[in-house]
Design a protein around this ligand. Structure first.
Ligand code: 5AD
Ligand code: SF4
Length: 470
């Protein structure tokens, strides 16, 4: 069975939101105050988008959203891509038990990637008995129904699915920013990189229908959105398995036509199958930001082979060269893992060599984290923890040098900035971003939030600019 957009499920969940609303109103009447809720997000932009959906539903159900985990309904949207993400969740859960002791009506819920791991569920059942609700990544659209069950029951509710073909659209969303939004274009991943847990917790690739994506973006634009970030684990394989197949480049071409939309971003393309069509569409577009996040993971062909990345050092560098040739002002960023099982100092030399040659604008560097259930989890390390840490520091130093040099290369020029928010430290300044994602601070008023303005990039301070509007 192929995936499908289930309209009747949307209606069913909308009815549950109404039932939740009545229940929230009843409890609120008893307590003589409004009920509050809080969503804490761990992990990637997909999770951030899912959290906006959770907040939309909670708000519609009558909760007041507060910036405090000590609330009447607190939910953690978890991540499990590296073990430190899991540890953070356990630490924060401990704090919630104190809040619940003082507010016994408090409900505590967990959802997201960690919940797809059996060991996690067992641990919560055993050591965190005060959790009220757990659900996974495949049935997040059932949140209204689960929330209702949770509000009307005193026992722990656990609902985890192994997979789902359904895509449920059009439930309420509460956007963090009025002027920009993430959009899921696909879910899941079929790549099975040997270190990565994502395919196991997010399931197989499922693409949304292009017309549903376009409709969602048009609605967002009517609601004031000027920038969208198209989200998928590997956007290059978007649309391949739809009944009427369409490529990611074709989807972008259609999205570009949407009037009123000013900036288009996407993440993440996989280096193994980034097409010439995609490069051409980005090159010729006035809306698609000239910024490509191209995770390389390692610069050593041997390690890349064992990571199951399906490209070599040379192929990666050739791709970078082609992108830079076609789009000279492109900003390239990447992800790097240090300490993959079997990695030697010489492999890390290769990674450093690629960082220098590819001349990245920025890179996220991670120390390898063993994920149970992935092939690499059973493989031996040849280096000690200290040696891995030393390699990590070498890589980080190279990345910092390269990105510092690249960020500053626009000093003195005038570029378009999307005004995003008031500066955290100085309310007379606003903070915005260039198309290449670099942060710029400049004197301006709040009335410009969500607008594109031309800013002179007067001085670069490491990773950001101070400028003024011209
Ligand atoms: N250990 C360390 N980093 C990882 N990533 C994915 N899995 C792991 C792991 N087991 C990193 C990759 C990926 C990014 C989102 O997280 O670099 O691109
Ligand atoms: Fe994980 Fe690889 Fe899929 Fe990215 S492409 S989510 S690293 S399996």
């Amino acid at each position: 069975m192929s995936n499908y957009n289930d309209v009747s499920e949307t209606e069913k969940q909308e009815q549950y939101i109404e039932k939740c609303r009545a229940e929230v109103e009843r409890i609120s009447g008893e307590l003589g105050r409004k009920l509050t809720c809080h969503v804490t997000t761990f992990g990637c932009q997909m999770n951030a988008r899912d959290s906006e959906k959770l907040e939309g539903i909670l708000e519609k159900a009558g909760y007041v959203i507060v910036d405090d985990e000590n609330s009447d309904f607190t939910i953690f949207n978890t991540c499990t891509v590296r073990d430190n993400a899991n540890q953070k969740v356990y630490g924060r859960l401990g704090l919630l038990s104190n809040y619940k002791k003082k507010n016994p009506g408090m409900k505590i819920a967990l959802c997201g990637c960690m919940m797809q791991e059996e060991v996690v569920i067992e641990k919560i059942k055993k050591s965190y008995r005060y959790v009220d609700l757990m659900f996974g990544t495949h049935n997040i659209y059932k949140f209204p129904e689960l929330l209702y069950n949770c509000l009307t029951s005193d026992s722990m509710i656990i609902d985890i699915w192994k997979e789902s073909e359904k895509i449920v659209e059009e439930l309420p969303v509460r956007r963090k920013y009025s002027f920009k939004s993430g959009i899921n274009i696909m879910f899941g991943c079929n790549n099975f990189c040997s270190y990565c847990i994502v395919p196991y917790v997010r399931g197989r690739e499922r693409s949304r229908e292009p017309q549903d994506i376009i409709k969602e973006i048009k609605n967002l634009v009517n609601d004031g959105v000027v920038e969208v970030m198209l989200l998928g684990q590997n956007v290059n394989s978007y649309g391949k398995n739809l009944e009427n197949p369409i490529s990611f480049a074709e989807l972008l071409t259609e999205i570009e036509k949407i009037e009123g939309l000013k900036r288009i971003r996407f993440m993440t393309p996989h280096p193994k199958d980034l097409s010439d069509d995609l490069i051409r569409v980005v090159k010729n577009s006035t809306k698609i930001c000239h910024h490509i996040h191209l995770p390389m993971q390692s610069g050593s062909s041997e390690i890349l082979y064992r990571m199951n990345r399906r490209y070599t050092k040379e192929q990666y560098l050739a791709l970078v060269e082609k992108i830079r040739r076609e789009i000279p002002d492109v900003s390239l960023t990447t992800d790097i893992i240090v300490g993959f099982p079997g990695e030697t100092d010489k492999d890390v030399d290769d990674t450093i060599d690629v960082i220098k040659k590819a001349d990245f604008d920025n890179a996220f560097t991670f120390i390898y984290s063993k994920r149970t259930g992935t092939p690499a989890a059973g493989w031996e390390q040849v280096l000690t923890e200290e040696e891995i840490k030393a390699n990590f520091d070498r890589v980080l130093k190279t990345v910092q040098e390269t990105s510092r040099k690249n960020v500053s290369k626009y000093e003195g020029s005038i570029m378009e900035v999307l005004v995003e928010e008031e500066n955290e430290n100085d309310p007379s300044m606003m903070t915005g971003r260039l198309a290449n994602n670099t942060v710029v601070h400049f004197p301006a008023g709040k009335d410009l939030i969500g607008k594109l303005v031309n800013v002179s990039l007067d001085k670069c301070y490491g990773f950001y600019y101070i400028g003024h509007i011209v």
